[in-house]
Ligand binder design. Structure first.
Ligand code: ADP
Ligand code: MG
Length: 337
């Protein structure tokens, strides 16, 4: 969430001023997947072929939901957790890839990004339903279960082993970005590289619309959703926004976000919004969540570890938004207007 797409792309005009006979047109498709509206925008000349590609892309996301879902007890991740294998167990290539990136982010963020906060996330989800804070002993028990290092991953062999049986993993901070990347790859494979996939606010962008230099993406300002904090022109890149603007619970006048600080076990309490532009959606999504926990001061060094990544970390100070813009930009990958 937290961004809006501007109008982009025009019908190409042929030399004599008439619309080109085989002009690529803009098509849009939407389906609720992974609990959010997944949207595809693709350019193509043949409507049937584009629709077929979009169906295949959605099918891929559905397949990935069966890998990563935290809600479906039959998902690969939930079944793996229930089994908590002591010996290395074969996992899918998708799960291995996302766990590998998660482990890197966990290391690089000093534990701010930690999928093993799953029991804490579950407590905060309940708090949202009940409107009451988790009991101190529940928080303590859930905090004691943190420790992503207890998941032993062999990314090459595509196996995992659990060092303890009560380890729980929640990949909600990264799975949607990965799914958007994979859906875009399907559209490309079907011959439609001029496409965009929006996984409920996690955008993976392919080649630009015909005649354009990129996809126009506006990042919403923290204090006013109608105002754009930044306007981006992006192609072959991904953008993700995380923050408490959309999902939070208010208890006794304090707002707690659905992102948990692994150190305290509490939902984040500051007003913040983070937007990340990265080469892939999985990285953008994961980094955005990590930067929410780290905040501007500590977040800066995480961004510096990723060439080609740009981030905007906005916090509210006495009601006024302050944005830190971190960049280690590779020239030519995108531009800010
Ligand atoms: P959204 O789902 O709104 O796009 P995020 O990508 O930031 O937002 O993901 C938030 C989700 O990440 C939470 O719902 C939870 O499942 C998980 N999560 C919460 N805190 C952390 C954390 N510190 N590290 C990793 N994952 C987290
Ligand atoms: Mg995220």
């Amino acid at each position: 969430m937290g961004w809006v797409l501007g109008a982009c792309g025009q019908t190409p005009i042929s030399a004599d001023g008439e619309p080109a006979a085989h002009a690529e047109r803009r098509f849009e498709f939407e389906r609720v997947l992974m609990g959010v509206p997944f949207r595809i925008v693709a350019y193509g000349a043949d409507e049937e072929a584009v629709a077929r590609a979009a169906r295949a892309a959605f099918a891929r996301v559905k397949e990935l939901n069966l890998v990563f879902s935290d809600y479906d007890p039959d998902s690969e991740l939930r079944r793996l957790q229930a089994e908590a294998p002591r010996q290395p167990k074969k996992i899918s290539a998708d799960l291995a890839r996302v766990l590998l990136l998660s482990r890197r982010l966990w290391e690089q963020s000093g534990g701010a990004f930690d999928p093993s906060v799953a029991p804490l996330v579950a407590l905060w989800r309940n708090a949202r339903r009940s409107g009451a804070l988790p009991a101190p002993e529940q928080l303590a028990a859930a905090r004691a279960r943190r420790g992503f290092g207890d998941l032993l991953l062999d990314a090459e062999q595509e196996t995992v082993a659990f060092r303890r049986a009560d380890l729980a993993i929640d990949l909600g901070a990264i799975a949607k970005g990965y799914a958007a990347d994979e859906a875009l790859a399907v559209l490309r494979a079907h011959g439609f590289p001029r496409a965009l996939v929006d996984g409920g606010g996690d955008l993976s962008l392919g080649d630009p619309p015909p005649g354009e230099q990129g996809w126009r993406v506006a990042v919403e300002a923290l204090d006013d959703p109608e105002r754009a904090a930044a306007e981006l022109l992006l192609a072959n890149a991904a953008v993700a926004t995380s923050g408490d603007a959309w999902q939070h619970v208010e208890i006794d006048g304090v707002r707690y976000a659905h992102i948990v600080d692994p150190e305290t076990g509490l939902g984040l309490r500051e007003r913040f919004s983070v937007t990340v532009v990265a080469p892939t959606g999985a990285l953008a999504d994961g980094l955005a969540t990590a930067l929410c926990v780290l905040g501007p001061a500590r977040g800066r060094s995480l961004v510096a570890q990723h060439p080609g990544v740009e981030a905007w970390i906005t916090t509210l100070e006495n009601g006024a938004p302050r944005t830190l813009h971190c960049t280690d930009k590779v020239p030519g990958t995108f531009s800010v207007q």
